[in-house]
Design a protein around this ligand. Sequence first.
Ligand code: PNS
Length: 162
Amino acid sequence: MKRVAICPGTFDPITNGHIDIVQRSLRIFDEVIVAIAENPKKRPLFDIEKRLYLARESLKGMKGVRVESFDGLLVHYVKRVGGTAIVRGLRAVSDFEYELQMALMNRRLDAEIETVFMMPSEEYSFLSSTIIKEVAFYGGSVKGLVPEVVEKALKEVFKKCP
Ligand code: PNS
């Protein structure tokens, strides 16, 4: 049976930390689906089409990986695509509370779906999409922390800001 990992998130935008987790997932799973939540409540900087584009460009050529968007409950999406497990990156103790809450709620909603946590490389353990956006907003360099296509997209968005 094919083991399919679902890497869900808002990916606003995708970072090298996310890509690191996708690569690690490929060591354990046959296929990885990067599932981008529309998440309008989070008021993302990039709309869903742009987030999909940025993730697809960033992961282009990575065998066994595809990028999709989803709306609604994650467990429903996982079932629909035949996912084996949800994979989430765990950076620091501060992530733990939120991740535990989500993992246990998802288990309550569907006991057949496991959540697997992975540690990113330490060079990315301080990274988040939020901190990337803040640095880019104030004109700082995010080179080496996000794919080039993301770096370019951030420059385009923030050069429009006063
Ligand atoms: O990158 P994020 O913002 O930490 O990802 C959060 C995400 C998208 C995984 C989470 O908000 C989610 O699963 N949203 C879909 C709705 C849902 O299933 N909510 C209940 C989860 S306990």
